[in-house]
Design a protein around this ligand. Structure first.
Ligand code: AMP
Length: 194
């Protein structure tokens, strides 16, 4: 099984690159951001609760996102592997994910960490907001907060996966195909039987 964590700050290109990796390696793409937005459009209780955090650029409580991922893992027990996009975002989430995957004997293969400069992130997010209409991509203060939350709560996961020998830094600056190629090289090195 190939289980990848696609990691990086908001605007690093995780969603775009996850689509390509999903097709190339036939993985199931699990994006907690997408799952939460679909709860919001369905006007579920979970969606309403999550929206208040997302609108401010804050993290949704760990128990909510961990519960969503658990259900998805159970629903796809036949999968060749998963690509986790936007999850985990806290050490608690990473520990919960390790527990769930290790219990099934299918640990994380690697964490691919897209590295992008702050000014470029802000530019990309504002650009995406104009096209997607995502409220949290349209307000510069919310964008800045999301990046600050990333630095404070999510970036420590780099050390968490480094300690397991699973962290792979990837230059996330450049064109989409250039970045895709860098990711592919790293994933191929993980799957190589040589
Ligand atoms: P994303 O689409 O990954 O940029 O996520 C959009 C928003 O959804 C984030 O700013 C958070 O409010 C929320 N969110 C997504 N994934 C998580 C997660 N793993 N933990 C907590 N909140 C999350």
């Amino acid at each position: 099984m190939l289980n990848l964590v696609l990691f990086g700050p908001p605007g690093a290109g995780k969603g775009t690159q996850a689509e390509f990796l999903t097709v190339s390696y036939q993985l199931i793409h699990l994006s907690t951001g997408d799952l939460l937005r679909s709860e919001i459009s369905g006007q579920t209780r979970l969606g309403l609760e999550a929206k208040s955090f997302m609108d401010k650029g804050e993290l949704v409580p760990d128990a909510v996102v961990i519960g969503m991922i658990k259900l998805k893992l159970e629903a796809h027990s036949e999968a060749r592997g998963f690509i986790f996009d936007g999850f985990p975002r806290t050490v608690e989430q990473a520990q919960a994910l390790d527990e769930m995957l290790n219990a099934g004997g299918m640990p994380i293969s690697g964490m691919l960490s897209l590295e992008v400069e702050r000014q470029e992130l802000i530019k990309r997010l504002l650009g995406r907001g104009m096209v997607s209409g995502r409220a949290d991509d349209q307000d510069q203060a919310v964008i800045e907060n999301r990046i600050n939350v990333y630095v404070e709560k999510t970036a420590p996961l780099i050390k968490y996966y480094e300690a397991q020998g699973k962290h792979f830094g990837i230059n996330g600056m450049g064109t989409i195909p250039e970045i895709a190629e860098r990711l592919k090289k790293t994933v191929d090195s993980l799957t190589c039987q040589c």
